[in-house]
Design a protein around this ligand. Structure first.
Ligand SMILES: *Cc1c(COP(=O)(O)O)cnc(C)c1O
Length: 365
């Protein structure tokens, strides 16, 4: 059986380092908001090329706390892609703001910047680009719209650790910008439980986030804001400090697998993801192909002992929990949900297995 993802093998490579890091935390007697987290916040901010990182409990919380820190709430609108993981949308509605869905470019599956401006209203407060599958959105266009209409940019970067955010520093360092990362175990940089972080250059935002994650208080028992309990624990921080050192290499290994698929799969019924113009604009969290016969391709691969996944079978606006949005028509996202199929890809995935999968797809008709 070729597994979709073997997380044990991913982490096994660093098991000794992880053991001694966890032991250090155990022996320290300090489990939350301590030295390990401080170190990780410094390391991750430096790695991303930003001034600050703030560790929180999950990627979803990173998004929610950014929205709250920017004082976006009831009556406000946030532009979101129609084709995304539901967490992007849950973050918006958890703050009682309204998501305004924008259809994706059918080739990249990323938010289509051509369709954003017509949806900007008096109520719009932010644009949330989601760097889906590890590809960077067209940030130049998104930042210039944010500039023109005085909007915040809240990046959902949960799938894009290590992607080149922009070589144009003015775009990268746009002042009203904060990025949310998730360290859910299967992400490119994964912890061993839930964890997340906000990355930004906005000093005031950092100050507020550090309170919001800790019941809204900077000083114990004095609550400036109505906060949450959303802290990254010391063990996860210590593990992430180790895994961060290997992220760059891991992303290169992911690229090698993606290139095998891109260069070897040639079946007219299967559409491959576009190769990025600049290889650093994609960190290949997922390798997603499309075909109108998706369910058939999936069963066929399963019959060949090849596991695949669907990211995602139902777009957020069609989910049962969002009946208020069920009648909205977003045909590109709806079609993608029926056609996408994710092939196995990870930093420990065997090149030989990638070739086998490509051969199996080429033999499918
Ligand atoms: C994983 C993910 C999230 C949420 O992260 P959690 O850490 O699971 O809360 C948000 N957005 C996207 C696009 C994701 O893939």
């Amino acid at each position: 059986m070729i597994e979709f993802l073997n997380l044990k093998a991913v982490n096994q490579r660093y098991v000794n380092e992880i053991q001694s890091a966890v032991e250090r935390v155990l022996k320290s007697g300090w489990y939350l908001l301590g030295k390990e987290l401080e170190q990780f916040e410094r390391n991750f901010a430096d790695y991303c090329g930003f001034n600050h990182a703030v560790g929180v409990a999950s990627g979803l919380d990173a998004l929610i706390l950014i929205i709250r820190a920017y004082n976006i709430g009831p009556g406000d609108e946030i532009i979101v892609p129609s084709n995304t993981y539901i967490a992007s949308v849950i973050a918006v509605t958890a703050c009682q703001a309204t998501p305004v869905f924008i259809e994706p470019d059918p080739l990249t599956h990323l938010i289509d910047p051509d369709k954003i401006e017509e949806k900007i209203s008096e109520r719009t407060k932010a644009i949330m680009p989601v760097h889906l599958y590890g590809q960077i959105c067209e940030m130049g266009r998104i930042v210039s719209l944010a500039n023109k209409y005085n909007l915040k940019v809240i990046d959902d970067a949960a799938q894009a650790h290590g992607v080149m955010l922009d070589s144009n520093l003015e775009i990268k360092n746009f002042k009203n910008r904060a990025l949310a990362f998730s360290f859910y175990p299967s992400k490119n940089l994964g912890a061993m439980a839930d964890a997340g972080a906000v990355v930004t250059n906005d000093d005031e935002l950092v100050d507020k986030l550090k309170a919001l994650r800790n019941y809204g208080s900077h000083k114990r028992y004095f609550n400036k804001y109505l906060g949450a309990n959303s802290r990254m624990d010391e063990m996860q921080a210590s593990i992430l400090n180790i895994k961060l050192q290997h992220l760059e290499n891991d992303n290169l290994s992911r690229r090698d697998i993606a290139e095998i698929y891109l260069n070897t799969i040639e079946n007219q019924c299967v559409t491959l993801p576009p190769s990025p113009k600049n290889p650093n604009h994609h960190v290949w969290h997922l390798f997603v192909v499309t075909t109108p016969e998706r369910n058939k391709l999936r069963s066929y691969l399963e019959s060949q002992d090849i596991q695949t996944q669907i990211h995602y079978p139902v777009p957020p606006h069609k989910q049962n929990c969002y009946q208020i949005y069920n009648d909205i028509s977003l045909p590109i996202a709806e079609k993608l949900a029926n056609e996408v199929l994710s092939l196995p890809l990870s930093p420990v995935f065997a090149k030989n297995d990638a070739k086998k999968i490509a051969d199996a797809i080429n033999a499918w008709n």
